[in-house]
Design a protein around this ligand. Structure first.
Ligand SMILES: NC(=O)c1ccc[n+]([C@@H]2O[C@H](COP(=O)([O-])OP(=O)(O)OC[C@H]3O[C@@H](n4cnc5c(N)ncnc54)[C@H](O)[C@@H]3O)[C@@H](O)[C@H]2O)c1
Length: 313
């Protein structure tokens, strides 16, 4: 049974992962190799938990419970020596992750499950140098950002793990309020990012060919396909519409869709000009300093509204 969890890396993803498990009652050890990153984590976790309490999604008692269940470590061995499940959220570099897993293998108990939050690296390559017994305890557990507000967690089920161990991890995520998705093949991008980027490729392409202005393209998604997909899956929607209808649409529309194998020129031009989105003040849209904060807060509030609404499904 999983009781003690260690989260490695307290950055964008790690600190949020830590307080999700802690809020569900697990003991969480949070480690970061960089003192400043570790030191910044408690305030970020408190602010995010408090935001959820202020929005009446969790109670004030939940805020304190979560924070009390988290211990900070600047010594890796101390952070993982009692762990049942370790999840790493360190930078997306194969060598760094392999090096970390090699260290963890020596420091952790024999039963400890190792998980990577990688968005794009292959599990098989990441764990290739570990002993066979440990490889059978390794997986990808891929969260979405912000980790504490997006319900999905993609769990790899590639055949290297015993069913019983996988089930323990699955239960951990369900108990932590997540909606786990099993991914059965070691494919680049797993499932959610492939769906996301298939849609993003076409959205950016539509900007590039001037088919609509950015606001209208976003509105087409928000009030069209994504409005349905916030509550109902693509495959369910297709079944409801009738697969014969979808087949005809695909035969007509697929040849017209963007199928380029690289990021599109419209986004490349923006990046080359230093227009990176919110962080530089301009991307597809322009943002003043006040607008940045307003937009981010509105986004988090909308996610909480969706979380509350989705509890009824
Ligand atoms: N940011 C996202 O939207 C997102 C979403 C899903 C998955 N991911 C994946 O999560 C992982 C982490 O991404 P992030 O955005 O949180 O990165 P980040 O840069 O915000 O955080 C990484 C943290 O790891 C620490 N770190 C660096 N090297 C370390 C080491 N050797 N040992 C321990 N700590 C170390 C850093 O100090 C930093 O705090 C990546 O694999 C990324 O692909 C990111």
């Amino acid at each position: 049974m999983i009781k003690n969890i260690s989260v490695i890396g307290a950055g964008t993803m790690g600190h949020g992962i830590a307080h999700v498990f802690a809020r569900a009652g697990y003991k969480v050890s949070l480690y970061d190799a960089f003192e400043a990153c570790l030191a910044a984590a408690p305030q970020k976790m408190r602010d995010e938990l408090q935001f959820m309490a202020d929005e009446e999604y969790i109670s004030q008692a939940d805020v304190e419970k979560a924070l009390n269940n988290i211990s900070l470590f600047n010594d890796l061995e101390e952070a993982v020596k009692d762990a049942d499940y370790v999840i790493e959220a360190i930078p997306e570099k194969m060598e760094l992750k392999k090096e970390l897993f090699a260290k963890l293998d020596k420091m952790c108990p024999k039963h400890t499950v190792f998980a990577s939050n990688t968005s794009s690296l292959k599990l098989s390559e990441m764990i290739a140098d570990l002993p066979e017994e440990r490889q059978a305890l390794c997986m990808i557990s891929h969260w979405y950002n912000p980790a504490y507000l997006l319900p999905i967690a993609e769990l790899s089920k590639f055949g290297n793990m015993d069913e019983e161990v996988f089930q323990q991890v699955y239960d951990l995520y369900v108990n932590s309020g997540k909606k786990p998705v099993c991914v059965l093949k070691d494919i680049t991008g797993m499932i959610a990012n492939r769906l996301l980027h298939a849609q993003a490729r076409e959205a950016f392409h539509l900007v590039e060919i001037g088919a609509g202005n950015p606001e209208d393209i976003d509105n087409a998604l928000k009030y069209g396909p994504c409005f349905r997909n916030a509550t109902t899956g693509m495959l369910e929607v297709a079944d409801m519409g009738g697969l014969d209808i979808w087949l005809v649409a695909h035969d007509n529309i697929f040849p017209a869709l963007d199928n380029s194998e690289k990021g599109c020129q419209a986004i490349r031009d923006l990046v080359e000009d230093g227009n990176l989105g919110l962080k530089s003040g301009k991307g597809f849209f322009e943002y003043s300093e006040e607008e940045k904060t307003r937009m981010q807060n509105a986004f988090y509030k909308r996610l909480i509204t969706q979380l509350k609404a989705s509890e009824n499904y």
